[in-house]
Design a binder for this molecule. Structure first.
Ligand SMILES: [Zn+2]
Ligand SMILES: [Zn+2]
Length: 388
């Protein structure tokens, strides 16, 4: 029997990412600027190793090229790891899961403020709220991915994916920066700062030693490459140092660039809005953000694709697919999303914002007598999350 070629999931991936080496590597859809970053770093360092290192190794110390090579390799490995790995893409809802969510939302529409949800011409509820360490955090529905995004996730319009703990889309590294590659991005920015300062210092030292007695003009004529390297480093080092400082601040406060730009945790109208994700001190935040356990990739891009949707869903989700067996609370957020929320965040409970009289701070309140038992029971979502 002729062997049939299997289709891997990256080949039918719904987002716009590009995959390389049979799905082992991935980048944003247009990695052109990333290639420019690579070319800029490699060409500047090539000039450094070709012209400054031999001179300084002979005149100053043989440790100069060794230190330069170590910094260069460290920076490049951090850059490649950032650029070619999964930033934390959240898989889109499978068709059956999305349909169940829509159906569940519609079924619960008969009660209270959810009225009309699922009725003809009106979309089901698209607003939910969860409690993170006692603080309400809104969950937004992604119409492209057909799911409620976990807190801190955002949809990258360039890659067309929701990314967990979305920081920003960085064209320079040719990828989104998110939960799974932020530590490598930070390492890249910091090590690039050291590399730029080191290469700049070497070029200036080379010119200064050449200029001794002969003058700066003679030094420039003797080593024009050093002047070029010094100019490139001088022009670029300020933005790189600024970026390293900014991301050090973000890591020490456990914020993302996205949250900082939107002012998610800034004081508004005199009401403080502290960051619920912060662990209280800068060291603990840095440790968690940069050294905490690395979340596994959720997109299984090398897995074998099958059209059997049941394979795509966790067993617990079967309860949602079978309406008669739906337990209260399983409908609002699918079981897989609830599990994802629970695994990736510090959620205490989930609330439905479309509820008529939402009790915003009662995560463990018993079910209200009027709470519907339909799949979209708003109180039940709380119980479901609390039970996880
Ligand atoms: Zn999305
Ligand atoms: Zn992106």
């Amino acid at each position: 029997m002729a062997s049939r070629r299997v289709t891997r999931k990256w080949e039918v991936f719904a987002g716009r990412n590009r995959f390389w080496c049979d799905g082992r590597l991935m980048t944003a859809p247009h990695p052109g600027v990333f290639v420019l970053t690579l070319a800029l770093i490699c060409s500047t360092c090539a000039l450094h190793f070709a012209f400054d290192c031999p001179f300084l190794a002979a005149r100053v110390s043989p440790a100069v090229p060794v230190a330069g090579a170590a910094l260069f390799l460290f920076t490049m490995s951090a850059l490649l790891r950032t650029a070619l790995s999964d930033p934390g893409i959240i898989p889109r809802a499978a068709a059956a899961e999305a349909a169940a969510l829509e159906a569940g939302a519609g079924a619960g529409g008969g009660g209270g403020g959810g009225a009309g949800a699922g009725e003809a011409g009106r979309p089901p509820p698209r607003a939910r709220e969860v409690l993170v360490r006692g603080r309400p955090v809104k969950l937004k529905y992604c119409f492209t991915c057909k799911m409620f995004r976990p807190p801190r996730a955002s949809h990258c319009s360039l890659c067309d994916n929701c990314v967990d703990r979305f920081d920003h889309h960085c064209p320079w590294v040719g990828n989104c920066v998110g939960k799974r590659n932020y530590r490598y991005f930070y390492t890249f920015v910091v090590s690039l700062s050291f590399l730029a300062v080191f290469v700049f210092a070497c070029a200036v030292a080379h010119l200064a030693l050449e200029a001794r007695g002969a003058g700066l003009g003679a030094a420039l004529r003797a080593s024009p490459a050093s002047a070029l390297v010094a100019a490139v480093c001088f022009l670029s080092v300020w933005s790189v140092l600024g970026l390293a400082g900014f991301h050090t601040y973000l890591a020490s406060t456990d914020q993302t660039t996205n949250e900082d730009i939107k002012g998610s945790f800034s004081t508004r109208r005199g009401v403080s809005n502290p960051n619920p994700y912060s662990r209280g001190n800068a060291c603990a935040n840095c440790w968690h953000v940069l050294c905490g356990p690395l979340a596994p990739s959720l997109i299984d891009r090398r897995g074998v694709f099958t059209i059997d949707v049941k394979d795509e869903l966790p067993a617990s989700f079967a309860r949602v697919l079978a309406p008669a067996a739906v337990r209260p609370g399983a409908g609002g957020l699918s079981a897989s999303r609830l599990r994802l929320l629970h695994d990736t965040t510090m959620i205490d409970a989930a609330l439905d914002l479309d509820e008529p009289d939402p009790p915003p701070h009662l995560p463990h309140a018993p079910h209200a007598p009027h709470a519907p038992t339909a799949p979209h029971a708003p109180h039940a979502a709380r119980a479901a999350v609390a039970a996880l």
